[in-house]
Design a protein around this ligand. Structure first.
Ligand SMILES: Nc1ncnc2c1ncn2[C@@H]1O[C@H](COP(=O)(O)OP(=O)(O)OP(=O)(O)O)[C@@H](O)[C@H]1O
Ligand SMILES: [Mg+2]
Length: 262
């Protein structure tokens, strides 16, 4: 049985860096020789695009949408794409209909977990990139991948977004009898402002038990996205590589001591 760490990169606030963090962290883990499956659950398909798989986003059925909505119709093998750094379950234009379709099902929030249970590739990590809203797709991510990596901006609006997220996950835990743990907080796109300094102190007090990592604003991360790979494969060593290596190392340490099985 393989050891599998299931990570959900989430924050219902838009544009905070979920996709950037998910791709870069996947790249950092891949560089540590970890076998990674990246799941793009966002109907916007930014993660799919940022890994250079726009063909998959535009592909005809069967897609991830069909696998989630009709769990017997399509196998994991038909959906998985291979990228130099990781395997990918890409999003697709059809995913825009997923929220409404999943709501009609009795077990609508468990479909991704069921699909991942059929994947037999010996992955070490599954990294799910969430959409910027709370609903059936995020519920699928929480159920399948209850270990949170939370990107947040060093702006005062993050106070409410973290409160909302933690309220939501607490309610989800009770309703679905699962345990959700915040494993990393990535304070992202930091610039030299008084607000950023104040917020870094606030994060320390608000979530003292969650390992926190600081990622500064760097255009190299945007360039890597445009080139369809993580910064680790883009051959451009920047200071923030070290930060993402630290996130990867911290997760490796966490999960090598906790046996998780599929
Ligand atoms: N550390 C960073 N430095 C510079 N640009 C960044 C950084 N992190 C993210 N960005 C840029 O900010 C924008 C938003 O990032 P991203 O798409 O990762 O956020 P998101 O939370 O996934 O958005 P959404 O909520 O729409 O899914 C993108 O243009 C991305 O390239
Ligand atoms: Mg995104």
């Amino acid at each position: 049985m393989a050891r599998l760490a299931r990570l959900c990169v989430t924050n219902q606030k838009g544009g905070v860096g979920k996709t950037t963090v998910a791709i870069t962290l996947a790249g950092a883990l891949s560089q540590r020789n970890r076998n990674v499956l990246f799941v793009d659950l966002d109907p916007q398909g930014n993660g799919t695009e940022g890994l250079g798989l726009t063909d998959a986003y535009d592909a005809a059925p069967p897609t991830l949408f069909d696998a989630l909505v009709d769990d017997s119709s399509v196998s994991f093998d038909e959906l998985v794409w291979h990228h130099d750094e990781m395997d990918v379950l890409p999003s697709n234009i059809d995913m825009t209909a997923a929220e409404a379709s999943l709501l009609q099902l009795d077990d609508g929030e468990r479909r991704l977990a069921k699909l991942l249970d059929t994947a037999d590739y010996g992955y070490d990590y599954v990294i799910v990139d969430c959409p910027p809203h709370l609903g059936m797709l995020t519920d699928n991510a929480l159920y399948a991948a209850p270990n949170l990596v939370i990107p947040a901006l060093a702006e005062s609006t993050s106070k409410r977004s973290l409160e909302l997220l933690f309220d939501y996950t607490r309610a989800f835990e009770m309703e679905h009898d699962v345990q959700i743990d915040a494993k990393s907080l990535v304070v992202n796109r930091i610039e030299n402002t008084g607000e950023a300094t104040e917020m870094l102190e606030w994060f320390e007090e608000a979530v003292p038990d969650v390992p926190t990592f600081e990622v500064r604003k760097r255009v190299a991360l945007q360039r890597a996205f445009s080139s369809g790979r993580s910064i680790f494969a883009a051959d451009e060593e920047i200071d923030m590589c070290e930060r993402f290596r630290a996130v990867a190392a911290s997760l490796d340490e966490e999960f090598s001591t906790t046996e998780m099985t599929v």
